[in-house]
Design a protein around this ligand. Sequence first.
Ligand SMILES: Cc1ncc(COP(=O)(O)O)c(C=O)c1O
Length: 414
Amino acid sequence: MSPTDPAFATACVRNRHTAKGPVHPHREAIYPTSAFGYPDTASAMALFEDREQGYVYGRWGNPTCDAAAEAIADLECAGAPELREQVGARLFASGMAAIASALLAFAGPGERILVQRQLYGGTDELFRRWLEPRGIGRISVDLNDPAALAQALAQKPVAVYVETPSNPMLECVDLPALASALRAHAGGGAGGGRPIPLVVDNTFATPWAQRPLQLGADVVLHSTTKFLNGHGSALGGCVVSRDRDWLNGPLFDQLKLLGAVPSPFDAWLLLGGIKTLDVRMERQCANAMVLAGWLSGHAAVSAVHYLGLDGHPFHQLASRQMRGFGAMLSFEVAGGLEAGIRLMDQVRVCTLATTLGTVDTLIQHPASMTHAPVPAGERAAAGISDGLVRLSVGLEAVEDLQADLDQGLSDPGR
Ligand SMILES: Cc1ncc(COP(=O)(O)O)c(C=O)c1O
């Protein structure tokens, strides 16, 4: 793990010029247009017949959106210029649009996707309520368990989908080990040939902390709504792949035909957010480490879940494949539901909100907020205790965050 990463730091701030002609704006230009004109019929024909590259209609592409997608590809390939030559990216209207489009670009009815056990609730719901009823199944196992993985691969999944670290419990999957198992499976299989594609949701780690393509994955996707935008100002999603034929073929079809295209304004906000990603992540991860250590010794806290703590079950794995431990942590308030609600009502520096990855610290209490409608037994089975609190750690002075949480955790009755 290197404390500084020159290639990444410089890639973050670089302007991606989208303007043509005599005007040279310092920042990327925004093209708020639904269509693009042609100087004459011959030029239009060249575009429509794919003899020339260009822009035709907003649902098929926009320079500001493409600039943001390319910026994310740069970050995922920072330090690996040869990989960058192969890799392309596409921007979507939200993280869920990116996930759904990628899965639909790999799987059709009667086919199955191999996934890890714990996934972001929206992705889980996508499988349960949309893909599975339409015949696209999932095989769900512990992907770090070689025996379980071998059994799952024998069922011939068409893609492997992983979220590492996962939301909210920070489960990690060993990406180099999984990628090499997929390569070995392809080599040993009756048909030989191409390994099953490995798709990774890198939203929690961001390319600052982890670059799955450089660890053997084929596709990386993001909810750019979170750390990449960083300011909570726009929804967005991105898919980055080392297979340009897949990006320009099946994936582009999902974007073009289902129409989950991003707005150029939102892409521009994302481009602005990316410029400070390096410094934001450095400070947010450092703040998270301090808070995790401090909360571990707090009398009102019974457990802290943070990848940077030695006792976390995935600490060793995260140390191997990540440059830092991220800015997400959760902890259990000893007084359960009542103490959790009191903490939410008393914090003044932290903001109660269910998103994550913004410059300010966000706090949420699943038992009284996102998971309140879920029966208590089901919540417990998913590892969500009544006292569990999730923090997305921001850029504030860490002393102010400690003071805020401390007053929220103190029991007025004691
Ligand atoms: C890990 C992860 N992936 C994907 C998403 C979905 O992103 P969006 O809300 O931008 O659709 C989220 C949202 O919280 C998430 O946490």
